[in-house]
Design a protein around this ligand. Structure first.
Ligand code: G3H
Ligand code: ZN
Length: 284
């Protein structure tokens, strides 16, 4: 596969103070829309699958589709497992050819999160694969993962140095007020916390739950040290909105190419907007 470790992409983003999209794929149209937008924008790209998306698409299809999608491109692309739930799942993805994995030990106590993350880092680094971990816990729902808002916890800056040193992780996902899925009200990001974490961590930081966050807040988060911004829900919403619009305009529509094609275009346009906001345009 024509893919690179995520660390290569994030190292440049960290040095030059911009962010790269960690964009989730849910089917072939998502993959095509995202790849085309990134290639036309000359932006590096992190393609990611949740475990739910892997089950839906089928792991062999993921690999074959990404192989086809990256065959004739000029931009660097990483293939990343989003919210890996166990050591076994991360190893499965590495064996399949992923260049990066997230191990999400955020539901574990601090010491257990360190232990699990360290184990994945040791195995992944021995074969040149990048690792993202999470400290603090995001609320909301993404696929199999639901965290009630009352159980969400912000990242504690005082835990950051110990976590990074003991795990050897390459990128750190933090909780500063974003949530997965659709927001009920306006998200309020704790920028002071982000600033403090960035000073302590001095490494690529990841913002999950970025759909529904205002463009200005995303820009501000990037200026304060976020180098990877995860988006899934926004793309799901524009794809579905396009299909709804087409069906409401023409109740006799039956050819999937006539609604999935425009859905793919809608994702492509949204990805281009995100790339502008993140500052990764022309960075490939
Ligand atoms: O890991 C994936 C992202 O955090 C997705 O967040 O639901 O705001 O798109 P989102
Ligand atoms: Zn996430």
């Amino acid at each position: 596969m024509n893919i690179v470790p995520m660390a290569d992409i994030l190292e440049d983003a960290n040095r030059k103070n911009y962010a790269v999209g960690g964009f989730n794929i849910n089917n072939m149209e998502f993959l095509q829309g995202i790849i085309e937008a990134a290639e036309e924008s000359k932006s590096p790209l992190i393609l990611q699958t949740s475990e739910g998306a892997m089950r839906y698409i089928g792991k062999d299809y993921v690999i074959s589709m990404v192989e086809a999608a990256t065959k004739n491109i000029t931009i660097p692309v990483a293939l990343h497992l989003d919210h890996g739930s166990s050591f076994a799942k991360t190893m499965e993805c590495i064996r399949l050819g992923y260049s990066s994995v997230m191990i999400d030990g955020s539901h574990e106590p601090f010491a257990e999160n360190i232990k699990l993350t360290r184990k994945v880092v040791e195995a992944a680094h021995s074969v040149g694969v990048t690792v993202e971990a999470e400290l603090g816990k995001l609320g909301g729902t993404e696929d199999d993962l639901t965290v009630d808002e009352k159980d969400a916890t912000f990242t504690k800056p005082e835990e950051v140095v110990e976590f990074v040193e003991k795990t050897g992780v390459d990128a750190l996902a933090i909780a500063i007020g974003t949530a997965h899925g659709v927001y009920q009200g306006e998200p309020e990001l704790d920028f002071d916390r982000l600033k403090e974490i960035n000073e302590k961590a001095n490494m690529p930081l990841v913002l999950h739950g970025a759909s529904g966050v205002s463009d200005d807040d995303v820009r501000r988060a990037v200026s304060l040290g976020i180098n990877k911004v995860n988006v899934n829900t926004d793309f799901q919403q524009v794809f579905t909105a396009k299909l709804r619009q087409l069906f409401s305009e023409d109740a006799d529509l039956y050819d999937p190419r006539k609604y999935c094609g425009p859905g793919r275009e809608a994702i492509k346009e949204k990805v281009k907007e995100k790339i502008e906001i993140l500052g990764s345009k022309n960075k490939a």
